[in-house]
Design a protein around this ligand. Structure first.
Ligand code: SF4
Length: 243
């Protein structure tokens, strides 16, 4: 990573400038500086699909990865296959160290019902940490209107990834300003396939045991981890505060 981009003041300045830039300009900036040292992480929920579509139309062929916990809906896996065919790409699946069955043998059945934070750490956060250790930029589909926690997200953020190795990582949230409607309209306009569960009332789609359909007026992530005081799986919080 260029030394200037390890400077929090410089990153904040660039991020501020991005508030007025188009998504195309932001993605071109990233591709020109980082190429495939930047990658799009997606759970195929809308924003990631928009970012991928725009990137490819610009010739910015960022690699894509997803967290496959072994507990995803068949509809999600089907969508992954459809996207790979449509764009002629391979989307890397990040797999936990243990299968669901191995985890069950070691930690008991349905860990997600007893200790969802531990389950998310084992099945999502640790595989992601490993992936990010080989990247300079993690491109995400975070949008500010999704949750209170995400409302302060910058378009470009700098994190201290590894204090021992003194490694940094940039997080790029090119659609931070977009609304859910903007995302949906873009997907429709460009005929991009979406998760079939959306038409069944699912507004935020993760692992099967921790996702349920919600009403049209519920918040986007209301259907996640019902019964727990938990709105994030940890992948967007384990890095701590941006610097
Ligand atoms: S979302 Fe649920 S099932 Fe998936 S990793 Fe987290 S706790 Fe486990």
């Amino acid at each position: 990573m260029p030394e200037s981009l390890k400077n929090p003041t410089e990153v904040r300045k660039i991020s501020k400038g991005f508030e007025k830039a188009s998504v195309e300009e932001i993605l071109r900036w990233c591709w020109n500086r980082f190429g495939d040292r930047a990658a799009i992480g997606t759970s195929f929920q809308g924003a990631g699909l928009v970012i991928n579509h725009i990137s490819r139309s610009l010739g910015c062929n960022f690699p894509l990865f997803t967290l496959d916990t072994g507990l995803l809906f068949p509809e999600t896996l089907e969508l992954k296959a459809q996207l790979e065919t449509r764009y002629g790409i391979s989307i890397e699946s990040l797999i936990p160290e243990q299968t669901v069955q191995e985890q069950e043998r070691e930690l008991g059945p349905e860990l997600w019902n007893k200790k969802p934070n531990l389950c998310c750490t084992l099945r999502k956060v640790i595989p992601l940490q490993k992936k990010l250790s080989n990247l300079d930029v993690w491109i995400t589909g975070i949008r500010r209107e999704q949750t209170a926690e995400r409302s302060q997200a910058g378009i470009l953020e700098l994190y201290h990834f590894d204090g021992i190795m003194d490694r940094f990582i940039l997080k790029l949230n090119p659609l931070a300003n977009w609304t859910r409607d903007q995302v949906q309209q873009f997907l429709k306009k460009h005929d991009i396939p979406v998760n079939l569960l959306i038409s069944k009332g699912y507004r935020s789609i993760g692992c099967q045991p921790c996702t349920r359909p919600v009403g049209a007026h519920d918040s986007e992530r209301a259907g996640r981890w019902t019964g727990f005081d938990k709105a994030e799986c940890g992948i967007h919080t384990f890095l701590g505060a941006n610097i």
